[in-house]
Design a protein around this ligand. Structure first.
Ligand code: 4AD
Ligand code: MG
Length: 465
């Protein structure tokens, strides 16, 4: 069988030849003596127009009555039609119904709401929107691997089950082998979960960073790309309980080098996806987010803005004084909320923006303490429409400073033994970041809800199928 994508790629050679294609019916039009079937086989965004003629197609009536969603195998002659909107059509000699679709098929041709389509996780990838989103997701993943592999980074797989809370934020899903109906009890009678993973406490990873750091201190430049889990009860359009993160980690690299890598990577992925998915990008530009292509093109060709947290707070306070209403008031020391991030990147700088040097108190333990003793060498990259897309930092490489920080935060040094060892045996300056892959896909497609860029989203209260 020939893929429909190949018909589009090689139409000049294939025009006039007989080909067989197989795919799913998008629509059927019966004009009595002839009819049209729009077919999509998933190989490309475009549909193939199949033409059938009552005189030459034995089972014309069967096909004219097939429902949307049925799967067909069609053999016919490829006729070039340069005078029509579509460059060719397939004149069917034979059509076989491989699998009929029941009349209650939910993906009918009319436009359906995204909310409804979220209840159809098994079928929504047959719509234009989701076919476009999930191809871009696949191509973006490939672009990320390409970007790092071309630069000699080693891909490291970090564990899903771990005892460490890399972010120290306590947002972990516990993993248990215990009998949850009848859990062991402490002497005080409370449930004792400390033994839950074959005798250890374990959870699903929130980040592969700490293990990536191990590899960075032997391979130099490495990256992870895998699923991560957060048990935060955030029911927003940009938070998922299960999401994929890309985490490069670079030895002998400081915060400036880290930001240069973020910027280069984001531009590379934008360019790659725009080059590889022109039909999909045009669809988003027309139906999802007008101006998307122009905006992404601009991002890929201009410099990102840089601002320190302290300067950002000043900008936000001045905006508030000038009448901009924020739901959460801003003062030095507070964490930036989505509304603040979006103001900075959308209203103030109007482009992707790096915010650096956050207060130590609101950032993770591993970030390198600045000379002021109050801020850390952290960076968030904010983009219009989303807010934070990347979070990273230069890591604390000084053993004594790190040990002090772990003690201050009441963390258990025992649990971080390996991590501390890395500072004892040839430690070095190093830095890295995490890109939220779903947020990247949202950014590339203009789709504004994370539930619509994950094939089977796991958000608060939703783990169906
Ligand atoms: O800022 P975060 O929490 O940083 C880390 O986990 C670091 N260990 C990364 C590193 O330096 N190696 O998460 C990184 C990114 C965020 O900027 C965001 O894009 C995404 O991961 N992210 C989420 N995406 C979807 N749903 C959630 N609940 C997310 N939490 C974080
Ligand atoms: Mg963050």
């Amino acid at each position: 069988r020939t893929h429909i994508s190949q018909l589009f790629a090689d139409m000049d050679e294939l025009g006039g030849t007989t080909v067989t294609v197989a795919g799913w019916v998008r629509s059927v039009r019966d004009m009595k003596n002839f009819g049209f079937v729009m077919l999509n086989d998933g190989s490309c965004f475009k549909d193939l127009q199949v033409v059938m003629n009552r005189e030459t197609l034995a089972n014309y009536d069967e096909i004219a009555a097939t429902g949307v969603g049925s799967s067909l195998v069609v053999t016919g002659s490829l006729a070039l039609t340069p005078e029509r909107p579509q460059p060719f059509e397939l004149q069917a000699a034979q059509i076989r119904v491989e699998g009929a679709s029941a009349p209650d098929y939910p993906m009918q041709k009319k436009r359906q709401t995204r909310e409804f389509l979220r209840t159809q996780q098994h079928l929504r990838s047959r719509t234009n929107l989701f076919r476009a989103v999930f191809r871009v997701r696949s191509v973006a993943a490939y672009a990320i691997h390409r970007f790092f592999q071309e630069r000699g980074f080693v891909y490291v797989n970090t564990p899903i089950i771990t005892t460490s809370d890399a972010e120290g934020a306590g947002e972990m899903f516990r993993v248990t082998t215990l009998d949850v109906e009848n859990p062991p009890r402490t002497e005080q009678g409370t449930v004792d979960w400390s033994q839950d993973f074959f005798g250890h406490a374990a959870n699903l990873t929130v980040s592969g960073q700490l293990q990536a750091e191990n590899f960075a201190l032997s391979f130099g430049d490495v990256y992870t790309f895998g699923p991560t889990f957060r048990a935060e009860n955030s029911n927003t359009r940009r938070h998922a309980a299960e999401f994929w993160m890309v985490e490069p980690e670079m030895a002998f690299c400081d915060l400036a080098g880290d930001m240069a890598c973020v910027e280069e990577m984001l531009k590379y992925v934008i360019n790659y996806v725009m080059g590889a998915c022109p039909d999909e990008m045009e669809f988003f530009n027309k139906f999802v987010d007008k101006g998307l292509i122009e905006r992404l093109t601009h991002v890929a060709t201009s410099d990102f803005a840089h601002v320190t947290y302290t300067e950002a707070i000043q900008i936000l306070q001045e905006a508030a004084a000038a009448g901009h209403v924020f739901e959460y008031p801003v003062e030095w020391g507070c964490d930036l909320q989505t509304e603040h991030e979006r103001f900075l990147t959308e209203e103030h700088f109007k482009r992707p923006t790096f915010v650096t040097d956050y207060p130590a108190a609101i950032k993770a333990f591993y970030m390198r303490l600045n000379d002021d003793g109050k801020t850390v060498a952290a960076v968030d990259c904010l983009v219009p429409g989303i807010g934070e897309i990347v979070g990273g930092s230069q890591r604390e490489e000084r053993l004594d400073v790190l040990e002090r920080r772990i003690a201050e935060l009441g963390m258990e040094p025992e649990q971080y033994k390996y991590y501390l060892d890395l500072r004892r045996y040839g430690g070095c300056q190093h830095a890295g970041f995490g890109l939220g892959f779903e947020r990247m896909v949202m950014y590339l497609t203009g789709v504004d809800n994370i539930r619509d860029v994950i094939p089977h989203p796991r958000t608060v209260g939703n783990a169906d199928f």
